[in-house]
Write a protein that binds this ligand. Sequence first.
Ligand SMILES: Nc1ncnc2c1ncn2[C@@H]1O[C@H](COP(=O)(O)OP(=O)(O)OP(=O)(O)O)[C@@H](O)[C@H]1O
Length: 255
Amino acid sequence: MLRLEEAGLCTAPALDAFSGDVVPGELLAIVGPNGAGKTTLLTMLAGLRLPDSGRLTLDAVDLRDWTPQSLASRRAIVAQRDVPNFAWRVRDLVTLGGTPSVARLERTLESMQLTAFSERVVTELSGGESQRVMIARALCQLAPRPEDATRPKAGGILLLDEPTSALDIGQQQRLMRLLARCARDDGLAIVCVLHDLNLAARYAHRVWLLKAGRRVAAGTPENVLTAERVANAFDAELTLLDTIDGGERVLLLDR
Ligand SMILES: Nc1ncnc2c1ncn2[C@@H]1O[C@H](COP(=O)(O)OP(=O)(O)OP(=O)(O)O)[C@@H](O)[C@H]1O
């Protein structure tokens, strides 16, 4: 488990210290307005920028004490606009950084609907196709080694910065369902920065709401994504609708 204990960043881009856990088997959505500090927080959770105050631990060991190699086998990050400007074949790029078995590689390509693109070069793909390639690469980075293929790798942490930003509505749904399945079946802890609050409400187990470098709310989507809180945080006018069957709530922008 990834644990923040009053962890914060003092210099720009700064984050007020707070505590919280990133739990295996759960999808955590980080939401908030532009400039709130979502990418900054994701960078800290990835260990790419360590906290200046408090502690950040993985399995109770300070992230400073993890070697880059062991950390790379436990956590993967897909940043915004992450696609390399180099003519990698999709299949080679997806395998880079991990050692997935052939079966696992094929399954991952298929789950991201990339099988038909696997021999193409990544610089010749559309924005949404490239985004799916980078997510597939991160999933393969966390896959067990071929010799361990019979046991799922416990405790992998997948950090995604706006993974749905370039995806059409069908691809968004497939990705969010896949992430929910990876959390549930493979025990991954998944952290997604999301601008689409309805995706966060529908798929996340927990939500952290950031504003101006502070985490201002944390909890279940029902508790965090209230109309009043969202309107306040985003300076937007909106209405919260209950769907007809009452199973879902949807946030709608007012006209
Ligand atoms: N290298 C930097 N030096 C100084 N300030 C920075 C730096 N990078 C980002 N910032 C500032 O820190 C704040 C948080 O940036 P961050 O990218 O974390 O926001 P965000 O919530 O991810 O925003 P968005 O939704 O627009 O992607 C912003 O005000 C940004 O301008």
